[in-house]
Design a protein around this ligand. Structure first.
Ligand SMILES: [Zn+2]
Ligand SMILES: [Zn+2]
Length: 87
């Protein structure tokens, strides 16, 4: 698996932590204190163009098949791209 660069320090790599005591799974940076429990977001590896943090997908009720990307770090928002048909 490819290394996932930490968005906070841009130096360390994110490692998947399996906490058997609490049952928590999350990504943690091996260099700083960055932590992300939203595994899907990290897997998708979609980054904010403003600050390079991971974008979370916010689904809206109005758009049945759509939503928005939202950066929890700087507040950046972008429309969720429609899926392209692959041939
Ligand atoms: Zn880091
Ligand atoms: Zn951002």
């Amino acid at each position: 698996m490819e290394n996932i660069k930490c968005p906070a320090c841009n130096d360390g790599n994110l490692i998947l932590v399996d906490n058997e005591e609490t049952g928590e799974r999350y990504y943690e940076c091996d260099k700083c204190h960055y932590k992300n429990q939203n595994l899907r977001v990290v897997h998708a590896n979609v980054r904010c163009p403003e600050c390079n943090y991971f974008l979370e997908i916010v689904r809206t009720r109005r758009l049945i098949s759509g939503g928005q990307y939202h950066c929890t770090n700087c507040g950046y928002k972008a429309p969720f791209p429609k899926r392209k048909k692959t041939v």
